[in-house]
Design a protein around this ligand. Sequence first.
Ligand code: SF4
Length: 324
Amino acid sequence: MSHHPSKPTALTIHIGISACLLGEEVRYNGGHSNSKLCSNEFSQYFEYRRFCPEVAAGFSIPRPTMRLIGDPNKPQLRFSNNPDEDLTDQLISGFEHQLENCDDLDGYILMKNSPSCGMERIKIYQENGHPHMQRGRGLFAQALMSKYPLLPVEEDGRLNDAPLRENFVMRVYAHANFRHEVMEQPSYHNLLQFHSSYKYMLMAHSQRDYRELGQLLAVSNKLPLDELIPRYKACFMQAISEPAKRGNHCNTMQHILGYLKKTVSNDERRGVQNVISQYHREEVNLATPMALLNHYIQRTGSDYIRAQRYFEPYPAALGLRNQV
Ligand code: SF4
């Protein structure tokens, strides 16, 4: 089958981001929380939409610190030094407009530990001043993730973890590719092509989800497109939501190596197999066996296998597979 997906580098990737992470001095203390990763490395690939929900809601810079208080499932935002005034509605009315306009985003990077932007483990206080055991999410982060449950979202601190960072960027590009190749030109054909280009990426994440998606597409002619596409997208984004396990990568690479039986000598294939085993033993990173495998695939593989996103799920210059 001939298959020529657009190169991921050709895409414009729009990413929402907490403004303080790009060095904007919007924090309660008048400072910023500049993230080098976001401001430098990622900025060559992402077009950012920066947003500070607290400033958008009219709070001053500087301002007193705020915290979440009350029912952990429906906390209120209040100033730490004046817990009588409920600021929740003010914050919500400040971000409502932004929230309506996130449809074209392919990812969101949030600032950690903020009662507005924090993605997880945010303290929620009881009226007596002690925190609840149960932690929560910042109010803007909660609203964002409820409205766009399939949008790749990560937090500044978690992005320091190499597997989480690699997985986030991979999901961002998958989301963008899906938008570009399926949502903007919806057809059964385009959905099947998208699925087939992600075959090995899906296998590396979850054999079970890969089979389930295949079954959904096998009966796809019975479903209207406007029902099928959202169902596929939900299942697909869920399937890739966690970093792929080392063992699964090894199985997937071995499977691909099987394609080279006729065109690559036994010795050379044994060489690739050795490097896959080294990766399994954590002696080399993922970039090493992938580069070797990709070298043979690009030289002798079919169009179908060469077009697999698994080999370049995002611009290789990001270097993320050197770190996992
Ligand atoms: S964490 Fe969010 S609310 Fe706080 S300064 Fe940064 S962008 Fe603004």
